[in-house]
Design a protein around this ligand. Sequence first.
Ligand code: PHE
Ligand code: NA
Length: 452
Amino acid sequence: MQKRETWGSRTGFIMAAVGSAIGLGNIWRFPYMVYENGGGAFLIPYFVAMLAAGMPFMILEFGLGQKFKGSAPKVFSSISKKWEWLGWWQVMVSFIITTYYVVVVAWAINYFLLAFNQGWTASPKDFFFGEFLGLTDSPMNMGGVQTSILYATAAAWLMTFVAVFTGVKSGIERISKIFMPLLFLLVFIFIGRGLMLPGAVDGLEWLFKPDFNAIMDGKVWADAFGQIFYSLSIGFAIMISYSSYLSKDSDINNNACMTVFINCGFSIISGIMIFSVLGYMAHQQGVPVSEVAGSGVGLAFITLPTAINLMPAPAFFGTLFFLALTVAGLSSMISLAEVVVSALIDKINVSRKVAATVFCGLGFVVSIAFTTGGGLLLLDIVDHFINNFGILMGGFIEIIFVAWFCKLDDLRNHVNLTSEIKVGSLWMNSLRFVIPAMLGFMLVSNFIGDLS
Ligand code: PHE
Ligand code: NA
């Protein structure tokens, strides 16, 4: 057996972890969540969730990966042979996510190209559903593959493939060290010019105007915790795989803090970017911001193009935004791919090159289903179940297993060994009580929501 690869530098590891954490969720999910859940007041539950759940969970996953030096199945089976399946569950979930996440990245690539001459036309909504997606209302009636989406999907798979094929240090780390600074740069340039547009500052007022009643609402707290888990890519093996390549002397606790702070800081910055655009758009159209605010696919591929059409220098703003979306998405995609690749390497002892080739080839074939006219509908259905049950369930079982049925004291000693800041009983209590309670609550309420 070959010696396990390691990251080239501490910065390289943090850039890769941040690359996974910062994704579409920061850009199209977080801003609207703030707006909808009490504005500035939402930051209270959000930061509580970050400190009480995000940080401890990140430290846990970094510690697990580094201590047991393996992908999730190997980590869980090292703790107890009977628990290997939990790792495979997470690997399977990651695999499924790659097959459609890549297609959203592909749309971002397509829209980056369209942005040069606003190829999304004067009515971006009709364009998106019609010409672009070729939407049909039934996934059974696939309506054929959309060729431009297919090409962009192939391109996104190719870049993912190059990253995981060339390895941790010369692939993933090198790309992350370019992508993350680039991403911040793109967004800062966008904001720098965007905030000068009329109405932009009003947008920020809409975003941050605090409504303190919101923090009395249980749903707001559940949203804050949910966003933290999803945003930090914790509870589904990603951070375990990445930290399995850390060297013995890495400062786990510090790395975890850095990753969490940079991700959450970027979320706030994205909120400013998105709401400055929405404020400008509302100003131009003479409507309140509430008329244009939204999230998800609609925000990125309909509202933003509509706003960009109204801007001075639309090609400038359009290319910046969609390049940022592409970079944010691709780096998360790469982390998902590494979950699968590292698990294959550990389990069946194939080389990284073989594992990457087989996985990316198969993944590409499956993802073709999402490039068809029924793709968006199919994507919504799969994403719903994966998010609500695949990820939550995996994370819930993981935390129960590790916090209650393993020697958590040993793990605490392990993470403290090389860390400057030590964790103690607060950390253990978060893992044993706070996180299981919140994940359990979310699982149950999603389940009830689905039944009714
Ligand atoms: N952390 C990503 C985000 O906030 C979401 C994600 C999670 C992406 C896990 C890939 C894997 O957008
Ligand atoms: Na994130």
